[in-house]
Design a protein. Sequence first.
Length: 97
Amino acid sequence: MSEHFNTPSVVEPDYQEKAEPDLENLDFGVAIVLMKKGARMTRAGWNGANQHLELQVPDKDSKMSLPYIFITTVQGDRVPWLASQTDMLANDWKVVG
């Protein structure tokens, strides 16, 4: 519990100790951490095969200068992505592949 806000800790103490964490039913915070490590993420609640998010980290040849999340759509198109309130609060994030 946080003494300032009287709320429980966001991360369960035993979560970090798991040798092989569950790669499904994740929250958005964990999804972001995994994308920073190179994972592709999707939601169980999304309709459409192969629809997923990735983190793009620009290199010296990129037109972008900061990292950003993009979505690969069902049609295979890629576009920068912004999370909705529903996406941020969902607990159905999972690793693709």
